[in-house]
Unconditional design. Structure first.
Lengths: 596, 157
């Protein structure tokens, strides 16, 4: 258990009695809680406070003092000297520094009896002034207070409007904020000694959003305070702990050797449960680590590389630490290029649609086509949907893309013989904006003249996992307008048969992985049978996708599937080849006579 | 009615964790560390209005803490920071009408006797691999109640 006197100042930059005098240790042990309370209070007063000994060395300072002094990096071992610390205040002249140290020395020598109120006024530049006071606190220690007009302003103590942009502390957690971080980071990078090895540990909480969503923002805020408290316990006196915003934190380690050990420890302590307002909350954390100057040399690169390492840790599923690797930068830049190309592709007309036929196995008649998006880039060539769709989802252009698909495909399908239907994939992002999706679908139907009954929208299971009932409401609205809804890729991800009851789907599409497994693993057969039986019970069509051989077709039919889609019937073909295909296969459904 | 209101903020926390004293403190003897844990916990918990019981076995710790909600929350934060254990899993944290351990500022039961089955072993494995189940919390509570009744509280020297 940590001894009370070893408690760090709650900010992380200040050190707290790093080498405690024997008497202070005894006193601290007796008043552990009081000491901690005092530390917390000191962290929140809008005053820079430092404790010095008779030799003018600092044994303690609070966060405000740390801000005033700037990053105290690369100093010699032992307690820092006041004269050296003052060099951190950029606008202070050597003469002013001498005045301050002389003031402190003479006050101590005088036995706490100095002129009027024991204070010294020092002007810092044009309109900034600090007032310095010193008084004995016993045990051969003196407290030095630096009253900084700028800090008081940030704390709202002075007249006039409060300027939050001027604050250096995160209002919620009391940690340093982004602004302070930028300042000390730049100072560290600018003044770094040749042999400096600093590090950044970027931390992002896993599953934090869910806490805010389910328990509310006050609980989320309380959790962030506990998170800050746990992280403070793990850092050393020189480290700067910063809340960048939201659930993003960063630790700047002026001496970076143990950055990865610290990062792993933080991920560990943040994965322990939290008790927040009567609830048990389990979150986690991901961390990215970058070193200076290796991963610098500029402050921007340093931060960007730590960010990339964090992104990598997040992509790996969270709960882990990643050290920056140049391959991450290459990957990120390749991705950025892909994003750039993707954003332009729609305007440049690089997308096209292919249509894949769907067949009713009982009647051997075509029931319709699924519209599939194709991207043919002049340099990249054909980019597989598995590569660009997730990127399009993430950067948001999937919405515009999805709308283009709807309009183009409806236009094409309107000329097909009745009752051939059109299946179009709808992304989770599109489902989120109910109003927009509904009006786009309506507009596409009206413009093309395609009856609503001939349009099917395919949604994936994962898009139904969204926290609220909002998505299901959107689906009901579309269904009420006559549009059919298909559950796509069923059997992958978080499959649950009960999910099929959450909405009256017209059709279940069984994921191709099960069809590929037919004949070789018994599980695939079992899954297909279960889904087909379930679908039949609920009056839903079950379609198997990825059917490539006659044997697979026979098996899925035997297992109870009503429809199939795959290379056995036809590969995805351009619109221009649809007429030829229709001449080979009659179109129709179970209930409608063959048309065309 | 009144009594219910008074006890409205009384909570019971049950957690378990793995014992890593041997790993993180190679020089320390488990007995000495336990004496320290108990001495500190007893003093602190008494002034905080926390009662409960601590079960220690070769595999880990299981603890019941009862008291005002916020005090239990603060105490738990302190406990999670202790390097002598790892894999802290909350088995239950719920409001309660009355304390199960009203008389102990912190009862202690050293169930580390040789030859006896370790009652915490399956529990820790469950909590680690299967996630806390609704039953594990009450299991621990019953286990502790039984052990505390049977054995004398182990007083730190």
């Amino acid at each position: 258990m940590r001894e009370p006197w070893a408690m760090r100042a709650p900010d992380g930059l200040g050190t707290a009695f790093s080498t405690p005098p024997a008497k202070a240790v005894a006193a601290g042990r007796e008043r552990g809680e009081g000491n901690r309370l005092a530390q917390t209070l000191l962290a929140h007063v809008p005053l820079a406070v430092a404790v010095i000994d008779a030799e003018l060395r600092l044994s303690f300072w609070n966060q405000q003092a740390a801000i005033l002094f700037g990053a105290v990096s690369g100093r010699a071992a032992g307690l820092p000297r006041l004269a050296d610390i003052l060099k951190g205040i950029e606008t202070l002249t050597p003469v002013q520094r001498d005045r301050i140290t002389a003031f402190a020395a003479s006050h101590i020598a005088s036995g706490d009896r100095t002129e009027p109120d024991g204070s010294l006024r020092v002007s810092l530049g044009r309109d900034r002034r600090i007032v310095i006071q010193i008084r004995g606190i016993g045990l051969q220690r003196w407290m030095v207070q630096f009253f900084d007009g700028k800090m008081a302003l940030a704390a709202g103590l002075t007249e006039g409007s409060r300027d939050n942009g001027d604050a250096w502390l995160d209002a919620l957690t009391g940690l340093s904020n982004r602004r302070h971080f930028n300042q000390i980071l730049h100072r560290l990078v600018d003044d770094a000694a040749a042999d400096a090895t600093a590090a950044l540990v970027m931390i992002d909480l896993d599953r934090f959003k869910r806490v805010n969503d389910t328990l509310g923002h006050p609980a989320g805020d309380a959790l962030l305070c506990l998170v800050a408290q746990r992280m403070r316990r793990e850092i050393r006196e020189d480290d700067v702990l910063v809340r960048l915003g939201g659930d993003e934190f960063v630790i700047l380690l002026p001496r970076g050797e143990r950055a990865e050990i610290l990062a792993a420890r933080l991920v560990d302590v943040l994965s322990s449960p939290f008790l927040v307002e009567g609830q048990v909350v389990n979150i986690g954390a991901s961390a990215g680590v970058a070193y200076f100057p290796e991963h610098g040399p500029s402050a921007d690169d340093f931060v960007r590389h730590a960010d990339l390492a964090l992104y990598d840790a997040k992509s790996a599923g969270g709960g882990t630490v990643r050290r920056f690797d140049p391959a991450m930068a290459e990957e990120a830049s390749a991705r950025r290029d892909l994003e750039t190309d993707l954003r332009k592709a729609l305007a440049l007309g690089e997308f096209s649609l292919a249509y894949q036929a769907q067949l009713n196995v009982k009647n051997q008649t075509l029931t319709g086509f699924e519209a599939l998006l194709r991207w043919n880039h002049p340099v990249r060539g054909i980019v597989p949907p598995a590569v660009f769709i997730p990127v399009a989802e993430e950067i948001g252009c999937i919405v515009a893309l999805g709308e283009w698909v709807l309009r183009s495909a409806c236009h094409e399908a309107a000329r097909w013989p009745e009752p051939l239907s059109l299946a179009v994939n709808v992304s989770a992002r599109q489902l989120e904006d109910s109003e927009r999706l509904f009006s786009v679908v309506q507009a596409a139907l009206v413009a093309s003249g395609l009856p609503a009954e001939r349009l099917e929208l395919e949604v994936t299971e994962s898009s139904l996992l969204a926290k609220d009932t909002h998505v299901v409401d959107t689906l009901h609205r579309l269904r009420a307008a006559g549009i059919r809804i298909t559950m796509d890729d069923f059997g992958t991800g978080y499959s649950s048969l009960s999910q099929l009851r959450s909405f009256p789907f017209s059709k279940i599409k069984i994921d191709r992985s099960f069809i590929a497994g037919l004949g070789s693993d018994a599980q695939s057969t079992a899954v297909i049978r279960a889904i087909a039986a379930f679908g039949a019970g609920l009056g839903m069509t079950t379609i198997a996708e990825g059917v490539e051989t006659a044997q697979q077709a026979a098996l899925v039919e035997a297992d109870g599937c009503t429809d199939i889609q795959g290379y056995l019937i036809s590969r995805p073909i351009p619109a221009s080849e649809i007429d030829a295909l229709l001449r080979q296969h009659p179109a129709g459904t179970e209930t409608t006579s063959i048309a065309g | 009615m009144r009594k219910t209101h008074v006890n409205a903020s009384l909570y019971r926390l049950i957690y378990c964790s793995r014992n890593v004293i041997g790993r993180v403190m190679p020089g320390a003897t488990v007995d000495d560390e336990l004496r320290t844990i108990l001495a500190v916990a007893r003093r602190r918990n008494k002034s905080d209005g926390i009662t409960g019981a601590l079960l220690f076995t070769a595999s880990g710790f299981a603890q019941v803490l009862e008291g005002p909600r916020e005090t239990v929350e603060v105490t738990f934060e302190r406990i999670t920071a202790d390097p002598r254990h790892a894999g802290v899993t909350v088995l239950s944290f719920t409001p309660t009408e009355r304390r199960s351990f009203p008389d102990w500022s912190m009862a202690f039961t050293a169930q580390a006797a040789k030859g006896k089955p370790d009652p915490l072993e399956h529990l820790l494995a469950d909590a680690t691999f299967a996630g806390p189940r609704a039953t594990t919390g009450s299991d621990v509570l019953r286990l502790l109640e039984k052990v505390v009744q049977r054995e004398d509280a182990w007083i730190a020297a």
